[in-house]
Design a protein around this ligand. Structure first.
Ligand code: UDP
Length: 331
């Protein structure tokens, strides 16, 4: 009989791609989402419960009905700027929501959780590439809310024996190669979708947030990791916990940095169209470079990214955007 994974935030960007990977690997997938920021058309790979993490009743009912063997926890707010303006929203939703989830797990006896963490928990790193043992000093409430959850998870292991894998993503990007699900945010603030917007929409112009950083071309360097590679890492983390693996944290990145200008050029290369742009001021809180060391995930989880070349990331992202336009016109 297949095992069941409850996926909070399974209607979101990374969550929905992970549901696809879990379901293809034979897991029974149950999405738990309140659809405040998720998308109903992204729920294609299992059952769905409409529920809220802040509601113990909703959670208890879901655990009682589905008796999940493990939880994959994606549901969270993830806009840095919004977190600075409304920290309470982030501590309530991201931290308290997780506390409620863990209480429901403790009550139901579900002892394994994969947590969607972030490189934003490191703040401005002291060295590159970034290893998991670097000090975690977030510079905004979003990163702090994720770091709090990492700590809460450790406390729930001591108290309730819940083992956790914390996956610290670098820059999730790309889309499912079949074009069925992809990166859709409202509002969209991420670099690659905005470059594609520039290609597809005559009236849109990208602003490059600063070209005076101490980097090879003056623009910020990030580590773009294909969302299907992220999904594969989650699957491997589930297997790791199922096999009795100890709680741990892993960076998920490629080990290669790409600058904003290099992304713009790659989008132009892949699509064959110009990305209209201008240079604006730096965005507050943007570190010059964030590049993962992906060695620990390779060694312990046996995970290596295979789809994460920048051109492949952009090709799949662009493919999904074109299909979105087709779907909208067909409606
Ligand atoms: N960026 C930019 N213009 C935009 C959006 C992003 O220059 O309109 C830059 C941003 O400063 C960062 C990189 O692109 O260096 C990736 O930003 P994104 O918001 O995609 O991800 P983040 O690194 O914030 O998680």
């Amino acid at each position: 009989m297949s095992k069941t994974v409850l996926v909070t935030g399974g209607a979101g960007y990374v969550g929905s791609h992970c549901c696809k990977a879990f379901s293809e690997a034979g897991w029974r997938v149950v999405v738990f989402d309140n659809f405040s920021r998720g998308w109903r058309d992204f729920v294609q790979f299992g059952e769905v419960v409409e529920g809220d993490l802040l509601s113990p009743e909703d959670l208890d009912a879901a655990f009682e009905t589905y008796k999940p063997d493990a939880v994959a926890h994606f549901a969270a707010f993830a806009y840095v700027g919004e977190s600075v303006e409304q920290p309470g929203l982030y501590y309530e939703n991201n931290v308290m929501g997780t506390v409620r989830l863990l209480d429901a797990m403790a009550k139901a006896g579900t002892k394994q959780i994969i947590f969607s963490s972030t490189c934003a928990t490191y703040g401005v790193p002291e060295k590159m590439p970034m290893t998991e043992d670097l000090p975690q000093r977030p510079i905004n409430p979003y990163g702090m809310s994720k770091l709090f959850v990492e700590k809460v998870l450790d406390d729930y292991e001591v108290a309730h024996g819940i083992r956790s894998v914390k996956l610290r993503y670098f820059n999730a990007a790309g889309a499912s190669p079949d074009g069925e699900i992809g990166e859709r945010h409202e509002p969209e603030t991420h670099l690659i979708p905005l470059c594609i917007e520039g290609v597809l929409n005559d009236t849109f112009k990208l602003t490059i947030f600063g070209d005076d950083f101490d980097t090879r071309d003056g623009t910020c360097i990030r580590d773009y990791i294909h969302v299907m590679d992220l999904a594969d890492a989650h699957l491997k983390a589930l297997d790791y916990l199922e096999a009795g693996g100890a709680s741990d944290a892993f960076n998920l990145g490629t080990g290669t940095g790409t600058s904003v200008m290099e992304i713009v050029e790659a989008v132009e290369r892949v699509t064959g169209k110009p990305v209209p742009r201008s240079v604006g001021p730096r965005r507050p809180g943007d570190p010059p470079a964030l590049v993962a060391s992906a060695e620990k995930a390779a060694q312990v989880l046996g995970w290596t990214p295979v789809q994460s070349g920048v051109d492949r990331v952009i090709e799949t992202a662009y493919g999904w955007h074109l299909k979105e336009i087709e779907r909208k016109t067909a409606r």
